[in-house]
Design a protein around this ligand. Structure first.
Ligand SMILES: [Zn+2]
Length: 77
């Protein structure tokens, strides 16, 4: 089972250079590719219209980032 999961993880491809991704830098193959991807985001080279996100989208994003916190909040309600 564990070996199975590891296998799937290792078969993923780096979205930057399409090489095999490394678990340590998942989903990238190296810290370099992770940096490249990050700088692409920062430079706005991705076509995701972040500035055009609706408030609901931002809420969703926020809850995804603070997933744990969000669930705890839901529990109390
Ligand atoms: Zn890469």
């Amino acid at each position: 089972m564990i070996i199975d999961l590891e296998d799937k993880r290792n078969s993923a491809k780096c979205p930057v250079c399409k090489k095999k991704s490394v678990a340590q830098y998942r989903p990238f193959c190296s810290s370099r590719c992770a940096d490249i991807d990050l700088s692409k985001w920062l430079n706005g080279n991705y076509s995701v219209p972040i500035l055009e996100m609706s408030e609901a989208d931002l809420d969703e994003l926020e809850s995804a980032v603070n997933g744990k916190e969000f669930l705890e909040r839901e529990d109390k309600v």
